[in-house]
Design a protein around this ligand. Structure first.
Ligand SMILES: [Zn+2]
Length: 288
C-alpha cells in the first residue's frame, strides 16, 4: 500500500495561489496609470498664465483653510536626477517623490524628508501638476484639523499591509474540515472564518484610506470652488483631476479584493484536487 501523508501541505497550490495573488493587483495598475496620465494631460493643457493663476489660488486656499497657521507650506518638487539604473517609468512607480518631480504624483507628508521637504507640508511640481495641490491641501486639512481623519491617515499603511497580506494568507493556509468525533479548535475556526471573509477583510482594511481620500477630494473641490469663482474653466479642470485620483484609489481597492479572492479560489481548487487524488489513491490501495 502506498503511504500517503494526509497532512502533506499543498505546496504547488500555495505557491500558485500566492503568485497569482501577488500579480493580480497589477490588474489595477493600468487604471492607476491611465488616471495619472489623464491628470497630467489636464495639467499640461493649462496655458502658461494659468499655471501662475492655479499656484496663486492654491496659496489662497492654504490661507483660507488656515493651514498657514499650522505651518503648512506648498513645496515645489522639481524634476530629480534618476541615479539608479532603472527606467524613469519604474522609478515613478516605486518612488512617490521622484514621481512628484516628474509631475506624476503629488503628496502631503506628516514626516520630514531631509533635504526635500519639512514635515506637515504639501509636495507638488508646480510647473507640471499644480491642479493636484487642492486635493493635497485637503489631506493637510484632514491632518491638522480633524482627529478622525488624522486617525484614518494613520490606518493607511497598516491597512495596505493587511490588504497585501490577505492573498498570501489564503495561499499558505487551507480550510480545516472537522473530522469525525473531533471539534475544530478555536484557532481553526478563526482561520476558517478569516479565509472565508478574506476578500472583504482586504477591502475593509483599505476602506479608511478611500474614505480619507474622498474627504480630501471633497475639501479640495470646495476650496477650489471659492478661489475659482471667476475662472469656471480652471475649476472644472481641478475637479476633473481630483476625480481621476479618486478612481485610481478605488481601482487599487478593487485590485486587492480581487487578488485575495483569486488566491483563495486557486488554493481551494488545488486542495480539493489533492484531496480527490488522495481519496482515489486510498480507495485504490484498499482494493489491492
Ligand atoms: Zn490623496
Amino acid at each position: 500500500m502506498t503511504e500517503v501523508k494526509k497532512t502533506s501541505p499543498c505546496i504547488a497550490g500555495s505557491i500558485g495561489a500566492a503568485a497569482v495573488g501577488s500579480v493580480a493587483p497589477v490588474a489595477a495598475m493600468p487604471v492607476g496609470i491611465a488616471c495619472i496620465n489623464k491628470m497630467s494631460k489636464i495639467n499640461q493643457e493649462l496655458k502658461p498664465d494659468q499655471f501662475a493663476k492655479v499656484n496663486d489660488a492654491a496659496e489662497k486656499v492654504l490661507k483660507n483653510l488656515q493651514l498657514d497657521k499650522k505651518g503648512v507650506e506648498i513645496v515645489n518638487i522639481k524634476k530629480m536626477e534618476n541615479i539608479l539604473p532603472l527606467p524613469d517609468k519604474i522609478m515613478e512607480m516605486i518612488n512617490p517623490v521622484f514621481a512628484t518631480g516628474q509631475g506624476k504624483n503629488a503628496f502631503f507628508t506628516d514626516t520630514e524628508m531631509p533635504g526635500i521637504i519639512k514635515a506637515n507640508c504639501v509636495g507638488v511640481n508646480k510647473e507640471k501638476l499644480p491642479l493636484a495641490t487642492f486635493h493635497e491641501l485637503g489631506h493637510a486639512h484632514n491632518y491638522n484639523y480633524s482627529k478622525f481623519f488624522k486617525c484614518l491617515q494613520k490606518m493607511r499603511t497598516p491597512g495596505m499591509l493587511i490588504a497585501m497580506a490577505m492573498p498570501l494568507f489564503c495561499a499558505f493556509t487551507k480550510d480545516t474540515k472537522p473530522t469525525e468525533g473531533k471539534e475544530l479548535t478555536t484557532w481553526q475556526k478563526i482561520k476558517n472564518n478569516l479565509r472565508k471573509f478574506s476578500p472583504a477583510i482586504a477591502g475593509v482594511a483599505m476602506a479608511p484610506t478611500l474614505v480619507e481620500e474622498l474627504a480630501a477630494t471633497s475639501k479640495g473641490n470646495k476650496a477650489a470652488k471659492e478661489v475659482f469663482k471667476n475662472a469656471p474653466d480652471l475649476l472644472k479642470k481641478a475637479v476633473k483631476g481630483n476625480r481621476c485620483g479618486y478612481i485610481s484609489y478605488a481601482a487599487s481597492i478593487a485590485g486587492a479584493v480581487f487578488a485575495t479572492w483569486v488566491a483563495k479560489k486557486i488554493k481551494d481548487m488545488a486542495v480539493q484536487k489533492k484531496e480527490e487524488k488522495l481519496h482515489n489513491t486510498m480507495v485504490g490501495a484498499k482494493q489491492v
